[in-house]
Design a protein around this ligand. Structure first.
Ligand code: ATP
Length: 892
């Protein structure tokens, strides 16, 4: 017998589990040991050894190794060994950089690993999905991805989309009853749910029948492997640029060799120098350093509660020009408390602290006895009946488990002395139509002890009033005339303008024989009872974050399902709604085409009473107007908009699996301010990448030019091959990495967003690279010529002076690279990594110059103290020239 044919008792036995208390934790651990983790096997990973050897696959490195071999055969052992040592150290550096990049990407994947609700030792607990075992009871609701193959035992309006397995994108209805047919396809097993499929509606409980590779998904897992590694636009651009740079470097190097040979240098020396120069000048390490900078940035973002799921988002973040954010929970605290109530023209207030179910009810200033207020009682009681939230006490504090809106209604009812369990003894829930944010209502069908059947609905008041035909007024049911409707609307606006979120309660009695399976049937002709208004205070840090975004040229737009008046009040408090911005509601949006929306969207800062479907329209209109849009969301229906946005943002706490999977960024704390922090980090990462590109390329240009100029002037070689390689390894590598860790400049959030079309060398970077490279080349050449002129018989001395000048000119330049302005615009020593990197490069240079055993290897000789004046003076010239020109341009 197959699982889908079994009844509950047989299932329980076959899987050796307990449907009321679940598995015992110890048994779950045992089963996991026996059957392994619930995960799909991953494709082959590149081994460490392979990764190491891949460092040598670069063509020029191979040529260098071949050239070294030749020089070794010709008897130049020291040179050969030194060059090979440097190449190997370089390979290790590349290896570690790539390993680090890979590891941090892996860590990211683990951080966003899915969770599941399982019943263990009688308690529902959240565990990582990989810890699910056969026999576990699994609970899921709309928006969850199913963690293993389960046989359903409870379903409430459950619908699951199984396209991952069946290709059919229309969700399938699910029922818990056993099926009689033995051989069924996946699509027909309506009492089963499969790993990787997605709950689109309702909720359910099932017992796990298969995990890991034994699931239906596991059987097609091969198809799903090799998840794509995404490159960022910058990485892609650098790859293209890399080809141009390599060609350029090779051509210039060839020119150096040709001119050198024409000027009378011997071919062998020029060849080795040329190859070393090519290896040094080709920025082969650039992509790896970029990846490391990106992934280190991603780690910094994690510390600020933002998880980047798609690496390209790091870059796009820096271009964001509009943030569309949900209100509830993202801008507000989602800690709701009912404070005001209204029914039949009467107003009440209720006091209390936090979620503690203690408080008194007042009419005006007078405390009232609730037993005299029938409408109020009924409203509170129904609010508790149509409700899933639970209240518990953790560390002496009351906490809500479930939807905070329902939590507020629960606490309000408890303050009036209601208790859910005794209420459920009076009313049995026979059916439920779950809340969804498009309908904005939730309904339960209940039967009382006398067998009378009622519909109880709660939802957005302006929606509920439209499906009501009568109203409870002074204890009597009255026809809902337009005058009455206006009364209710007045009350809704009154509560809304106090920034209160309002929920209306309605009901009707239906014949006890009626079986209601259609929500449209249930949610009509209701009797409107009244309103409960709840405060949801703004998060304190949001106002400042909105202000900073504004200064950074980023507009904040509030998108909420809440009432227009409530949304307006909160947007006003947070500085989102200003004199010249507008509010648009869902009805108006329905009437507009995307083109019509485009015309007004730039002036709208609040969208209220919208459905998740509207979000896509808003994203499109903004994008068509040239904006780079960040859009938040949490539910299943938010996924299309999250995917369409340039930066899809999902909530880490309240977000569904589906929303998270669609997103590029997950907010661990659901907080708007975290988006701002991520944007700041995104801008900084991009700037840091520009900083080290500027540094590395200017250094390379300098290295090539000093050689080229010397050849053109018929001078001897100013640098020997091993010196060039050493500069490439020590002087270039460490400081460039340190630049990747630089702090943002003060004004990083005071500039407008970068255009996503901007090239790598935009904003004058190309000119900076070439001019600085030129200057570095010139000062090195001058140092060489002066030293050579002073002592023509001692070429090694002049070469050592040139070497020291090149190193120092680069190490001074690195401080310039910290700012797009001048070196003096910020504390040059503010980046301690950079200071250490530079100090160690200087120290290593001294070792190479003054430590006798190394001198023959690096062809160096000790430099006299007075020549250091020459070296230091010359290497500082470019920085002073730059600072000077900056000052002149400022005073103009
Ligand atoms: P945001 O999009 O900013 O998160 P929101 O949470 O108010 O806004 P929804 O959750 O879509 O958006 O809620 C829309 C409206 O539906 C609310 O204003 C409220 O009136 C009503 N509502 C919210 N939660 C429930 C619920 N659990 N049951 C019934 N009605 C609800």
């Amino acid at each position: 017998m197959k699982f889908h044919e079994m009844d509950k008792r047989k299932l329980e036995k076959a899987l050796n589990t307990d449907f009321t208390a679940g598995l015992k934790e110890v048994d779950a651990v045992k089963r996991r040991k026996q059957n392994g983790y619930n995960e799909l096997e991953e494709g082959e990973k590149q081994s460490a050894l392979l990764l190491f050897f891949s460092q040598f696959k670069d063509f020029m490195v191979l040529v260098l190794l071949a050239a070294t071999l030749i020089s070794g055969l010709l008897g130049e052992y020291i040179d050969a060994i030194a060059i090979i040592a440097i190449v190997i150290i370089n390979a290790f550096l590349g290896f570690f950089q790539e390993r680090k990049a890979e590891k941090s990407l892996q860590a990211l994947k683990e951080l966003s690993a899915p969770q599941a609700s399982v019943l263990r030792d009688g308690q529902w607990v959240k565990v990582p999905s990989r810890e699910i075992v056969v026999g576990d009871l699994l609970k899921f609701t709309s928006g969850d991805r199913i963690g293993a193959d389960v046989r359903l035992i409870e379903c409430s309006s459950l619908e699951i989309e199984e396209s991952a397995l069946t290709g059919e994108s229309v969700p399938v209805q699910k029922y818990p009853d056993e099926l009689t047919q033995g051989n069924l396809g996946i699509g027909d097993m309506e009492n089963m749910a499969f790993m990787g499929t997605m709950v689109t509606r309702g909720s359910g409980v099932g017992v796990v029948v298969a995990t890991g590779m034994k699931t239906a998904m596991g059987q097609i897992a091969d198809l799903l492997q090799n998840a794509e590694v995404m490159e960022t636009p910058l990485q892609r651009r650098l790859e293209q640029l890399g080809k141009i740079l390599i060609t350029g470097a090779l051509l210039l190097t060839a020119l150096v060799v040709i001119v050198g040979v024409i000027q009378g240098h011997d071919l062998y020396t020029m060849f080795l120098a040329g190859v070393s120069l090519a290896v040094a000048a080709i920025p082969e390490g650039l992509p790896a350093i970029v990846t490391v900078a990106l992934s280190l940035g991603v780690q910094r973002m994690i510390k600020k509660n933002a998880i980047v799921r798609k690496l390209p988002a790091v870059e796009t973040l820096g271009c964001a020009s509009v943030i569309c954010s949900d209100k509830t929970g993202t801008m507000t605290q989602n800690k709701m408390t009912v404070t005001h109530l209204w029914s039949g023209g009467h107003n009440w207030t209720v006091d209390g602290v936090g979620y503690e179910p203690k408080g008194s009810f007042y009419r005006g200033d007078n405390e009232i006895d609730i037993s005299n207020e029938k409408a109020l009682q009924q409203m509170l009681m129904f609010g508790l009946l149509c409700n899933h939230a639970e209240l518990s006490k953790k560390d002496k504090e009351y906490v809500i488990d479930g939807d905070p809106t329902e939590g507020a209604l629960l606490v309000a009812a408890m303050k009036a002395g209601y208790n859910r369990n005794s209420l459920l003894n009076q009313y049995k829930i026979v059916h439920e139509f779950p809340f969804d944010s498009a309908r904005k209502m939730m309904t339960v069908v209940v039967k009382d002890q006398n067998g009378r059947q009622f519909i109880v609905t709660k939802g957005a008041p302006d929606v509920l009033i439209n499906v009501s035909e009568s109203i409870l007024w002074d204890g009597k049911r009255q026809y809902l005339s337009s005058e009455m409707t206006d009364n209710v609307k007045g009350a809704i606006n009154d509560l809304g303008s106090q920034a209160l979120r309002t929920i209306a309660i309605g009901f009707k009695e239906v014949s006890s024989q009626t079986i209601l399976m259609d929500e449209k049937e249930a949610e009509k002709d209701l009797t409107f009872i009244g309103l409960q208004g709840m405060i949801d205070p703004p998060r304190p840090e949001v106002k400042q974050a909105v202000k900073e975004c504004k200064e950074a040229g980023i507009k904040t737009v509030m998108i909420t399902g809440d009432h227009v008046i409530t949304a307006k009040a909160i947007a006003g408090q947070l500085g989102i709604l200003t004199k010249d911005s507008k509010v648009l509601d869902g009805n108006a949006l329905n009437e507009m085409s995307v083109e019509e929306l485009e015309e007004v969207v730039d002036h709208v800062s609040v969208f209220a009473r919208v459905s998740p479907e509207h979000k896509l329209k808003i994203v499109k209109a903004l994008q068509n107007n040239g904006h780079i849009v960040a859009m938040t969301g949490d539910g299943v229906n938010d996924a299309p908009a999250i995917k369409a946005a340039d930066i899809g943002v999902a909530m880490g706490i309240t977000g569904t699996d589906v929303a998270k999977e669609a997103s590029a960024l997950v907010l661990l704390d659901d907080n708007f301010a975290t988006i701002k922090a991520a944007i700041k980090e995104g801008r900084n990462i991009y700037e840091n990448i520009r900083k080290f590109i500027r540094y590395l390329l200017a250094s390379n240009v300098g290295e090539i030019l000093v050689m080229l100029f010397a050849m053109l002037l018929a001078l001897p070689l100013p640098l020997v091959p091993i010196q060039i390689l050493w500069v490439n390894l020590v002087t270039d590598g460490l400081p460039a990495m340190a630049l990747g860790l630089d702090q943002p400049e003060d004004d990083v959030m005071k500039r407008n967003p970068r255009s996503p079309k901007e090239g790598v060398f935009a904003r004058g970077l190309g000119w900076k690279v070439i001019s600085r490279g030129f200057l570095i080349g010139i000062v090195t050449l001058i140092a060489f010529m002066v030293a050579y002129h002073n002592n023509p018989d001692h070429l090694a001395y002049a070469q050592t002076v040139a070497f020291a000048t090149l190193v120092m000119a680069q190490l001074i330049h690195v401080f310039d690279c910290r700012s797009e302005k001048s070196v003096f615009s910020r504390n040059p020593f503010g980046n301690k990594y950079l200071v250490w990197a530079v100090l160690s490069s200087v120290a290593l240079m001294f070792v190479v110059i003054y430590y006798p055993p190394l001198q023959p290897i690096f062809h160096t000789v000790s430099i006299a103290a007075r020549d250091w004046l020459l070296i230091m003076g010359l290497s500082a010239v470019p920085t002073f020239l730059l600072a000077g020109s900056f000052l002149i341009s400022k005073t103009k």
